[in-house]
Design a protein around this ligand. Structure first.
Ligand SMILES: Cc1cc2nc3c(=O)[nH]c(=O)nc-3n(C[C@H](O)[C@H](O)[C@H](O)COP(=O)(O)OP(=O)(O)OC[C@H]3O[C@@H](n4cnc5c(N)ncnc54)[C@H](O)[C@@H]3O)c2cc1C
Length: 511
């Protein structure tokens, strides 16, 4: 088959930063290689899951082909973690400047946000990070990089850009995309998703965010801080409703304090366009209402990319909302084909994509039986304060018939948090009742994502909460709250009997 030339790919706005990004992750002059006779592994999709699979397998000596139809780096680099965290950082700078007064800092005139500069900083940093995911780097790692859309053509072949790749094992790493909510009038009115919102160069004066999950909440707070008046519409009564309720309530409180208009329990009935304005009609608690905005951003969940792969040809079963069906070893219903990352996991995180890829390399190429259920998976929502979590929530533990003891340390009791003016938050542990085995933990703090790894280490190493009390933490740090939960657990070990014996021992020493 012939090698079909690439169509040029633009990332908007077309500027030097985006041109640099594209030159790394979808080089306009890229020539797909001549396929090898047979690959150990053909990887479809070059987001984090595909990149880690391909690099790891090639590093171990496998002959690997990696196929990407759009931008190497996938969502994380191009339209997810990287651009969102860059603008969240700018939003934090705005917030800190506005809230500097109580720290004794007077900043003269009102804080001005230069939105085009915020977005340019993001584009520059994204381009700066992109060489790591570049086609050239992967080619140098020994991976055959093919740009084009892949589809299965037969039981052991994938077609891309007019070429056929023969494989012993294949990995589907095609990721997920924003769910389009079926709201009458929404398509006609036009809306942004994570794929387009980072192209903005002007800040929408009034922005509606639909969806109060992690992505919706992170971008809501960022845009509010960067100058939009944001209305956040969420179908349920609380934001971030999969999180610990008390944790989510603290974020909700922060949102209200920052002037975000929360419209909860909101079922959107239709959207209308009136010249440049968009009117969202919704019902909440039996009453109809509307909100008028300039832009709408959708954050209502992720749909796995399962279409167009010709999965039926290779007997790979899938569900349009859950994605590719995999077993605990991430094997699909075709034993020679594996799934990895957002296309098949409930955990839709970059680090989950990364670690599921490491597991798949062992299982697909080296007869491994590594199980996804054995991974200790933390996650973090990068609102301010952040919510970081690892392991089970209390409700999960109870559903599994486990009784739990809960230990909480609020940051208003932690010196460093008081000094930082960051008292709104806590560290919460759930342990197996009567033991110190950590089942799960949640942290709400400005840098909760930086703090949760200590607990992940403890869980992965099977260190109990009591052992964390003996880990010396520098004073004053917010992480002392973790040690203090350990102290609280150890105090429960001081039973009346132990106390009685200790009293006798001390009395004997005095005698
Ligand atoms: C706004 C936002 C913020 C986020 N923030 C975070 C965060 O802070 N931390 C975190 O851990 N996670 C975050 N995530 C989630 C994270 O981006 C994803 O979990 C991660 O990118 C998943 O990686 P993946 O490789 O499975 O899929 P993707 O990154 O989606 O990559 C899949 C790739 O496959 C390609 N592809 C699809 N079909 C084909 C085909 N037929 N042929 C060839 N190529 C194909 C796609 O073009 C894409 O490049 C965020 C997501 C969003 C949207």
């Amino acid at each position: 088959m012939m090698n079909v030339p690439l169509a040029p790919l633009l990332v908007k706005p077309v500027d030097a930063h985006n041109a640099r990004l594209v030159s790394y992750v979808h080089p306009p002059d890229w020539q797909n290689p001549t396929p090898a006779l047979c690959y150990n592994l053909v990887v479809i999709g070059a987001g984090t899951a595909g990149l880690v699979t391909a690099a790891g397998a090639a590093g171990l000596g496998a002959k690997v082909a990696l196929v990407e139809k759009h931008l190497l780096g996938g969502d994380c680099l191009n339209v997810g973690c990287v651009p969102s965290k860059a603008i969240i950082r700018s939003g934090r700078a705005v917030f800190d400047a506005k809230e500097a007064g109580p720290f004794g800092v007077r900043l003269g005139s009102p804080v001005q946000v230069d939105f085009p500069a915020v977005m340019e900083r993001m584009r520059k940093l994204r381009a700066d990070l992109s060489p790591h995911d570049s086609a050239e780097r992967f080619a140098k790692l020994g991976v055959d990089v093919f740009l084009g859309e892949a589809r299965f053509a037969g039981p052991d072949t994938v077609e891309v850009a007019g070429q056929t790749l023969r494989f012993k094992r294949a990995v589907i790493a095609t990721g997920a995309r924003a769910v389009d909510p079926p709201v009458p009038g929404l398509t006609e009115a036009g809306y942004l998703t994570n794929e387009t919102v980072f192209n903005l160069t002007q800040c929408p004066a009034r922005l509606a965010v639909i969806g109060g999950g992690p992505i919706g909440c992170e971008l809501t707070q960022a845009f509010q801080r960067l100058g939009s008046q944001v209305s956040l519409l969420h179908k349920n009564a609380h934001l971030l409703d999969r999180e610990d309720m008390e944790a989510a309530a603290l974020v909700q409180k922060a949102f209200i304090r920052e002037g975000i208009a929360l419209r909860l329990d909101a079922t959107i009935t239709r959207v209308e366009r009136n010249r440049s304005e968009k009117i969202i009609w919704y019902e909440s608690q039996g009453k109809g209402a509307s909100v008028v905005v300039d832009e709408i951003l959708i954050g209502t969940g992720r749909a796995p990319n399962v279409e167009g792969l010709n999965l039926e040809t290779v007997g790979v079963q899938y569900d349009r909302s859950k994605g590719i069906l995999v077993n605990d070893c991430l094997q699909t219903t075709n034993p020679g084909i594996y799934g990895v990352g957002d296309v098949c996991l409930d955990w839709k995180f970059t680090h989950a994509a990364d670690f599921s890829a490491r597991l798949v390399i062992q299982n697909a190429l080296f007869l491994g039986r590594k199980k996804a259920s054995a991974l200790t998976m933390p996650w973090c929502t990068y609102t301010d304060p952040e919510i970081a979590h690892v392991g089970l929530y209390e409700r999960d533990a109870r559903e599994r018939g486990m009784e739990v003891d809960t230990y909480v340390r609020e940051f208003k009791e932690v010196d460093r948090a008081v000094l930082d003016g960051e008292e709104d938050g806590f560290v919460k542990f759930h342990v197996r009742k009567g033991h110190d085995e950590i089942l799960g933990a949640t942290i709400v703090a400005r840098h909760a994502g930086e703090m949760i790894s200590e607990i992940s280490v403890a869980m992965a190493a099977r260190l109990g909460l009591g052992r964390l009390a003996s880990v010396i933490h520098p004073y004053p740090t917010q992480a002392e709250a973790i040690r203090q939960c350990g102290d609280a657990y150890n105090r429960t070990r001081l039973t009346p009997t132990v106390r009685k014996w200790m009293g006798r021992w001390l009395a004997w020493q005095r005698s």
